[in-house]
Design a protein around this ligand. Sequence first.
Ligand code: NAP
Length: 269
Amino acid sequence: MKIGIIGAGLIGGSLLLNLAEKNHSLYLVTRNPNTRKQAEMYTTATSDSLDILKECEVIFICTPMHKIIDTLDKLENIVPDSAIVTDVASLKSFVMEKKRPFKFIGSHPMAGTENSGFSSAFKELFQDAKWVLTPSENIKSKDLNILKELIEETGAKTILLDAQTHDKAAALISHMPMLLSQALMKCAMNNNSALQIAASGFRDMTRLSMSNTEMAKDMIDMNSTNIKHALEVLQVSISELLKDDYTNQIKEIQAFRKNMYDEQGKNKL
Ligand code: NAP
């Protein structure tokens, strides 16, 4: 297949490295001349212009979230209506708002690290990860299946959700935890004794405070309503935990958590 990738950062770069091992022609749009040089060996063409994507059958937009609408608008004048276009943004409602002439299917790989840029990309990133798809209503199952099969070539498992459900869930399991991790680090930063004795538990709880700054800001700005709601739910959970029967409640939580991940740490649900 002729596949276009826009933006060779952690996600776009990892996708490029992964798909380069399969039987596809890859077209990379990158603004970075160094990335262009490094990526030449994996691609049929690289450029800083979207024009090289004219003949692509599937296109992945892997830029920061706040650049995606602009890129989708520009693609309207470049790619044919037959092209399947997807994005990888951590939020899905905002990309689904406008009807597009091409076949647009929102998507979100549930994989990442705190690093960014092409130098942090690695081909195994998507292995066994969930990859959410949010197709618009007019998408035919034939086209959805083309994208599903391509994504599953990376080792990911696709899952269909509507965009609003995705954004609420992402607030609960990703965006609120990142904010809590940052807040926890901020609380401890001025307490030298606490910092001196902090060990692996604190390290694990504050890992998400190292998230990509630009992405973190986009999440907080663009999903604020769902994050506020998730914080309210969290407050209720804390109150319930501390009210009564703490021991039985945490036993139930531990049993649930134990069944959720396998021995390699992969989500079994
Ligand atoms: P990243 O490593 O910073 O990569 C983003 C890439 O987009 C940059 O390397 C750059 O590529 C391009 N870019 C940056 N600024 C741009 C601009 N102003 N205009 C056009 N292109 C620009 O970030 P990432 O982690 O790959 O995130 C990319 C997308 O994936 C985001 O929408 C994010 O929400 C989503 N996502 C991230 C994660 C995660 O954990 N990191 C997980 C799932 C989804 P070039 O230098 O090649 O132009």
